[in-house]
Write a protein that binds this ligand. Structure first.
Ligand code: HEM
Length: 439
């Protein structure tokens, strides 16, 4: 497989203005065009600093792993503190390391499997309301389902009205997040009342969930394990920040992944049938158990292929804190570095027919093993997504639970187009027809 690096010094063919205009109109095309034009290291001169787009897997690995000490997450995520406080997503350096060490055991693969019954039961409750032949909006359905699963798994309950409140506040925050990118003082930010209200409401709900009476479920919930095991290490404020981070980072990304999976499956009936045949043979008439999650190999491949083609995290930014060199290119301190899952996951040097949905490509990896960081839907290195096992377990369980009982066909002719905002969303809701299977 062709993996040559493009090491010539980048040539400034794209003017800054042209690039910014393209980013404004369509960031996915802007980044793809930039990589096609300039190669594996593309460079754009901004007013005060340079911006580099690193597209080759070995350069992604340099930033995330080998030279991770030369980079921090950069101003945009730092500004997410306005919403998330000092949680795992926004902390840096020693503070991040300490938090990560303390939180990691709670996210271990085996721990995640303890949440599987909650995932199954919530999905079962959700889909038993469907009627055969009706139209189901998978974008809304998956958003509500993953929010319920997140509330039960992280807090141990999903009280009446909370799902709506969290989901309304989240919609407002995501819509107004660009405001959080503008370096305004907190007082100026409060001029935008709906942002302030949504933030306050989410905080209030999180606080109420954290104070929730200790049911048996709640005792096993993730945030209560943290409270119990780290009484001396985390202040109440930090527990609050972690809880909010898990809630926000944990449900929207997985909901989008699942909505994209259904869009792909609905438009690829052969893949839908293979998945159903696998689910029938592995599960028969029961709910998934932890060992099934490993054995549902085609279902996993569908999830992986969807994450390749429609990565909910479609680009990641870092800021260089020291002068460094990557692929022979000097990266001055202060530069912004972008790595885009969208660009690298669609590179034909690493994936045959990259625009085609082919779950079976994940079975050929011994023959066509692409470089490690040609695929990084969950990031990498010390800041790799802590919820990766949770998200994979949830996605496989939800797909299997639904495919056991329902066949999903498209209610719209074409696949949704990806629309990048904070995450990669479908440009229109994924509408499907659900038909009860004769099993
Ligand atoms: C399909 C689902 C998901 C995707 C695609 C995803 C993607 C990512 C990516 C790319 C990063 C790295 C960001 C960076 O380095 O700049 C990340 C970090 C993170 N994710 Fe996820 N995520 C998903 C699900 C979850 C879930 C279920 C949780 C639950 C708690 C979660 C919590 C976090 C946290 C706390 C971080 C920060 C980790 C750190 O900096 O140490 N994510 N995620």
């Amino acid at each position: 497989m062709e993996t040559n690096l493009v090491l010539e010094q980048p040539v400034y063919r794209t003017s800054t203005f042209e690039f910014l205009w393209k980013i404004f109109r369509n960031p996915l095309n802007a980044l793809t065009d930039l990589a096609n034009e300039q190669g594996d290291i593309a460079r754009i001169k901004l007013r005060k600093r340079d911006l580099f787009l690193l597209s080759h897997p070995s350069f992604v690995e340099e930033v995330l792993v080998k030279q991770a000490d030369n980079f921090v997450k950069g101003p945009s995520l730092q500004r997410a503190r306005v919403i998330l406080g000092e949680g795992l997503l926004t902390s840096e350096g020693d503070e991040h390391l300490a938090q990560r060490r303390a939180l990691q055991p709670a996210f271990h693969r085996h721990k995640m499997e303890e949440y599987l019954p909650l995932m199954n039961e919530n999905t079962h409750g959700h889909i038993s309301r469907w009627k055969s032949g009706e139209q189901v909006d998978m974008s809304d359905e998956m958003m509500r389902l993953t929010l319920n699963i997140a509330l039960w798994s992280f807090f141990g309950s999903a009280p009446e009205g909370v799902v709506e409140r969290v989901s309304d506040s989240m919609k407002t925050l995501v819509r107004l997040f660009p405001l959080a990118q503008i370096p305004l003082p907190e007082s100026a930010r409060s001029l935008f009342p709906s942002f302030k209200e949504a933030k306050a409401d989410l905080s209030e709900v999180t606080e109420a969930l954290l104070r929730n009476p200790q049911s048996e479920h709640a005792k096993r919930a993730l945030v209560n394990i943290l409270k119990e095991n780290h009484k001396d290490q985390f202040t109440d404020e930090q527990i609050h920040a972690h809880a909010l981070t898990f809630l926000l980072a944990g449900h929207e990304t997985t909901a989008l992944l699942l909505a994209w999976c259904w869009d792909m499956l609905a438009h690829h009936p052969m893949a839908m049938s293979i998945l159903q045949a696998e689910v029938d043979s592995v599960l028969g008439d029961r709910f998934p158990k932890p060992e099934d999650i490993q054995n549902l190999t085609y279902t996993r491949a569908v999830v992986k292929e969807t994450l390749r083609m429609r990565p909910p995290a479609w680009a990641m930014g870092r800021e260089a804190v020291h002068d460094c060199e990557i692929g022979g290119q000097h990266i001055p301190a202060g530069s912004t570095v972008i790595m885009s899952q969208w660009v690298t996951h669609h590179d034909s040097r690493f994936y045959d027919a990259p625009l085609q949905f082919r779950p079976e490509r994940w079975f050929d990896l011994d023959v066509h093993s692409p470089p490690r960081y040609s695929y990084f839907p969950f990031g990498g290195g010390s800041r790799v997504c802590i919820g990766e096992h949770f998200a994979m377990t949830e996605a496989i369980a939800v797909l299997a639970m639904i495919a056991r009982r329902w066949t999903i066909t498209p209610a719209q002719l074409e696949l949704a187009h990806p629309k990048p905002s904070v995450t990669l969303r479908p440009d229109k809701n994924v509408k499907t027809i659900v038909s009860r299977r004769a099993v």
